[in-house]
Design a protein around this ligand. Structure first.
Ligand SMILES: Nc1ncnc2c1ncn2[C@@H]1O[C@H](COP(=O)(O)OP(=O)(O)OP(=O)(O)O)[C@@H](O)[C@H]1O
Length: 227
């Protein structure tokens, strides 16, 4: 098996293609992400971080180039195939938690597993373990509105990892948190990555957090460069 879990090669993305307001956001982006590595994605606002994460997470299609998971190309494949790969292999976290408001923290983590055929008791056991890892076990029965912003994001990470994906993509997960809370959420993320061996790509504007990750890639003029 290859030691690269997610590969992007020559990814190009245009918006409004063929129109007067056409813009090229990605112009040949390459990335290789290995299991167990936590990589920061940094770029100025509007440079295309969300676009890149959506393409890497199979939520959007590139205009050209390829996205491979474990060496299998998924770009250009049927929606069904891409949806399956997304469900099995990818966890996504956004700037705002997107937890289901009417369910508790634990239920938010258990439900995606139950949708994949896991029993309620097994799903809740895994949910409790994940909450324990990120230090929110004591809030398991609380609904999202009863949690702090940092707790909500830690639960969102647990939900993203509920079905044991190999890849975690996070789009400014600490973007709306104060510095101390960002640190706390980041510590939880680091612990999850180290304990699960997953590959994580995390977009952030926070250069201190970026510097704590295993490496930094910058999105510049539509391509990814080290550093
Ligand atoms: N659906 C769309 N149609 C047209 N233009 C778009 C669309 N989505 C994004 N863009 C443009 O593409 C560029 C990249 O957007 P994107 O959201 O990927 O940047 P970003 O680096 O994530 O920004 P931020 O840090 O502000 O979230 C921006 O100029 C944006 O206006």
């Amino acid at each position: 098996m290859s030691d690269v879990v997610l590969t992007l090669e020559g990814v190009e993305k245009f918006y409004n293609k063929g129109l007067a307001n056409e813009i090229c956001v990605l112009s040949g982006a390459d990335l290789a992400l290995k299991p167990g590595e936590l990589v920061a994605l940094v770029a100025p606002s509007g440079a295309g971080k969300s676009t890149l994460l959506h393409i890497a997470g199979l939520l959007d299609e590139a205009d050209s180039g390829s996205v491979d998971i474990d060496g299998k190309t998924l770009s250009g494949k049927s929606d069904r195939r891409r949806t399956r790969a997304r469900r099995e292999d990818i966890g996504f976290v956004y700037q705002f938690h997107h937890l289901l408001p009417e369910f508790s923290a634990l239920e938010n983590i258990a439900l995606p597993q139950m949708a994949n055929g896991v029993s309620k008791s097994d799903a809740e056991t895994r949910g409790r373990e994940l909450l324990e890892t990120v230090g929110v076990a004591h809030r398991a029965k609380h609904r999202p509105a009863e949690l702090s912003g940092g707790e909500q994001q830690r639960v969102a990470f647990c939900r993203a990892l509920a079905n044991k994906p190999r890849i975690l993509l996070a789009d400014e997960p600490t973007g709306n948190l104060d510095p101390a809370t960002s640190d706390q959420v980041f510590d939880a993320l680091m612990k999850l990555v180290r304990e699960t061996g997953l590959a994580a790509l995390v977009a952030t504007h926070n250069m201190e957090l970026a510097a704590r990750m295993d490496r930094v890639v910058r999105l510049e003029n539509g391509v990814l460069v080290d550093g």
